[in-house]
Design a protein around this ligand. Structure first.
Ligand code: NAD
Ligand code: TYD
Length: 351
């Protein structure tokens, strides 16, 4: 069995669903169910004997120890984190706690479990730490893409806390020999993403007739990775990655934000003809310290593990838009009072 943390969030839930569609190996999902989680996302697995759920905080070492003792996983895939840059600007301490302390606590619990395993099982044990390209800072328009040798230069409390967690993961390999691998991916998009991030926020706001808020000049570039491609890369790293290594994962789809929003508007218009969603676009005050460009050179992953993304931005976005159109109940479910408070806090103060 494998242990996945943060499996009720966006990427973790896609990872579990894809995993169980491809394997019969069971999964235990360790998730605290914060605002970013929607347990209904995995409702289809409620009666699946291959799936177990534990509501546990990754900062709780005692509870984690019990989970390891109960399930005896052969691998850990660590997604659980506070993941939204804007929230980290409003409240950095939650990010330090979950991303740094939580990862440290999970690494400690994993190390105790790994040390208790017989030799052959200890040798094949794996810990995949899922991180972000944001730890490398911001690129200029003509800079080469990030690669595994790029310097860590995190700029936001979110990326700084993820950088801290990456360093801890690296240290557990170098100091203890624990078979840890780190993956740093670019911006994900796809089904089941909480509508506080750019793409789902724009889709749900457009459909609700609300403003589409572009920060600053909208020329910031992200390298968009379809979530299903990210999940296949993680499966590949888990299967054949080399312990101690870093692997960068990208979608080969660099786009300025304004272009992304225009594409969403025209895709939505094909599904609901007559609506000119473009008129809903508004420019709002920029994010403080806003990184200008992220881009990933994933040639190491292609060369060593034969991975490449299947979706391009057009096919991936079409699937994403369709999912949100067909899952309005899921969207309504996550738009709780807490969500509305966040929208008021983040956008209310922007000119
Ligand atoms: P998410 O915010 O959608 O989900 C996070 C999940 O972690 C939620 O289910 C939440 O309940 C859980 N969680 C939070 N704190 C916890 C705690 N203390 N204990 C246990 N569970 C806790 O995040 P996501 O977008 O799915 O991202 C998953 C991972 O991928 C994160 O580590 C993130 O840094 C990384 N990442 C995400 C992106 C992206 O575009 N979404 C890009 C690069 C890297
Ligand atoms: P986001 O999805 O928050 O991801 P990240 O900050 O981790 O890259 O934002 C993606 C880009 O979209 C980023 O440049 C900020 C911008 N953005 C907006 O212009 N408006 C918005 O309302 C949001 C949420 C993001």
């Amino acid at each position: 069995m494998i242990l996945v943390t943060g499996g009720c969030g966006f990427i973790g839930s896609n990872f579990i669903l894809d995993w169980l569609a491809a394997h019969d190996e069971p999964v235990v999902n360790v998730d605290l169910l914060t605002y970013a989680a929607n347990p209904k996302t995995l409702a289809s697995l409620a009666a699946d004997a291959r799936y177990a759920f534990e509501r546990v905080d990754v900062c709780d070492g005692v509870a984690l120890k019990a989970v390891f003792a109960k399930y005896q996983p052969r691998a850990v895939v660590h997604f659980a984190a506070e993941s939204h840059v804007d929230r980290s600007i409003h409240g950095p301490m939650d990010f330090v706690k979950t991303n740094v302390m939580g990862t440290a606590t999970l690494l400690e619990a994993s190390r105790a479990h790994w040390k208790s395993l017989p030799d052959a099982e200890a040798k094949s044990f794996r810990f995949v730490h899922v991180s972000t390209d944001e730890v490398f800072g911001s690129l200029g328009a003509t800079d080469p893409k990030f690669n595994e040798l790029s310097q860590y230069q995190p700029n936001s409390p979110y990326s700084a806390s993820k950088a801290g967690s990456d360093h801890l993961a690296r240290a557990y390999f170098h100091t203890y020999g624990m078979p840890v691998m780190v993956t740093n991916c670019s911006n994900n998009y796809g089904p089941r993403q909480f509508p506080e991030k750019l793409i789902p926020l724009m889709i749900v706001n457009a459909l609700a007739g609300k403003a589409l808020p572009i920060y600053g000049d909208g020329q910031q570039i992200r390298d968009w990775l379809y979530v299903g491609d990210h999940c296949s890369a993680i499966r590949r790293v888990l299967e054949a990655g080399r312990p101690g290594e870093l692997y960068l994962i990208g979608g080969d789809a660099e786009k300025p934000n304004i272009e992304v929003v225009h594409t969403i508007c025209s895709l939505l218009a094909t599904h609901a003809p007559g609506n000119d969603y473009l008129t809903q676009i508004t420019t709002v005050t920029d994010r403080p310290g806003h990184d200008r460009r992220y881009a990933i050179d994933f040639s190491k992953l292609r060369r060593e593990l034969g991975w490449r993304p299947i979706e391009n931005f057009t096919t991936g976005l079409e699937k994403t838009v369709r999912w949100y159109l067909e899952n309005s109940a899921w969207v309504a479910d996550v738009q709780s009072g807490d969500y509305l408070r966040w929208i008021a806090q983040n956008y209310g103060a922007r000119a």
